[in-house]
Design a protein around this ligand. Sequence first.
Ligand SMILES: *Cc1c(COP(=O)(O)O)cnc(C)c1O
Length: 369
Amino acid sequence: MKPRIYYTKPSITDLEIRYATDAAANGWGDHCYEYIARFEDGFKTHLGVDYAIATSSCTGALHMGMAALGIGPGDEIILADSNWIATAAPIVHLGATPVFIDILPDSWCIDPQLAEAAITSRTKAIVAVHLYGNLCDMDRLLAIGEKHGIAIIEDAAEAIGSVYHGRRAGSMGRFGAFSFHGTKTVTTGEGGMFVTNDAALYERVLTLSNHGRARGQTKQFWPDMVGFKYKISNIQAAIGCAQMERIEELIARKRQILAYYRERMKNLPGHHMNPEPAGTINGAWMPTVVFDEETGIGRERIQAAFAKDNIDARVFFQPLSSLPFFQEQPRNYFAFAVPARAINLPSFHDMSESEQERVIVVLQQICDA
Ligand SMILES: *Cc1c(COP(=O)(O)O)cnc(C)c1O
C-alpha cells in the first residue's frame, strides 16, 4: 500500500511550540489573557475590522452573534443548503428556523436571487457562507440586506485569505465568524473568532461571552444576563499568535496548491474548480473539483479510485436539508446535484509536489476509464 495522503494537516513549527510552551509555563495569574489579547489584535489587524473576540469555536461565535442580534423563536434565517451543520446548529439552538436555499453552480455559494425570494416577514438574517474559500456575491447580498432591513452574517470559517474587491471575507457583514479547527487554514486545535465593526453589537457579544457579566459591572460573580461560555484558552491563543505571524505564508501555500492542481488538470474533460472571479482572491481552503454532468463521472467511482490509492479525498457537503431532522428541499437542484459528481482534494501545507501528482494521476485515470 502506498503511504496515506491526508486531506488536511496543520502546519506547526517551532514558533507555535515555543509560544504554546511559554503560555503553559508562564501564562497564568496576571498573564492568563495575554496571548488571547494579542491573538485578537493580530486578527483584527489582518482582517481590517474594529472588534474581535476569540472563542472556543466558530459555532460558538455564530451562536453568540446570532443571540446578540436578538434571533429567537419564530425567526427565519436564510442560508445555503450546501454547508457543514455548524452554521445551522446555533439557529436551531436559538429556537429559530434555518431556511435552506440552493447554491450557484459555479461558486457553490448561496444564490442571492433565491435568497431574496425566500424572505418573509419572519426573516431576521441571511448567512453568507464562503464555501471552500469561494466568495459569496457580497454586493448583491449586502444590497438585499439593506433593502429588506435584515442582517447579513458572514460565516468565513473556510475563507481566511479570501478577498472580495479589496475587503477580506468576514469583514463585510454585520458580523463575521471564523474557525481555527485543526482542519482550517489557521489553527489553534479548536478555536474561533467573532468579528464586527458594530460597537454596540461587540459590547453585547462581549457581555454574552463572559457569562453575561457586563464590562462595567463592579459586583463580583454578578451576571447581568444569562450568557455563554465559549472562551478560548491562553494556550490555544498562543498557537494562534504564531499562526498569525505566519498567516501570509499559510495562505500563499494554500493558493499555490490550488494553482498547481488547476494548471496540471486543465486538460481533463468537463470539470471546474474553485472559481476566482475578477477583483477577488480565493483563499483556497479546500481545492474541489466538480465534473460536468455530461462526463458521467460520479462520486462512487471517484471515491473508490482514491480509496484504492490510499488518498484521503473528501466528499462534497451533502445538502443540510437531506439530514433526517430537517425538511428535505429537493428543489435545491444544485445542492443535490453537485455533491454527486464532486470531490475535495488533499491540500495540507506540507504536501509535496509528488503527492499532488499522485492525486492528479488518480483523477486522470478516472477520466480515461
Ligand atoms: C469548520 C466550519 C464551521 C465550524 O467551525 P468550528 O470551529 O468547528 O465550530 C462553521 N462553518 C463552516 C463553513 C465551517 O467550515
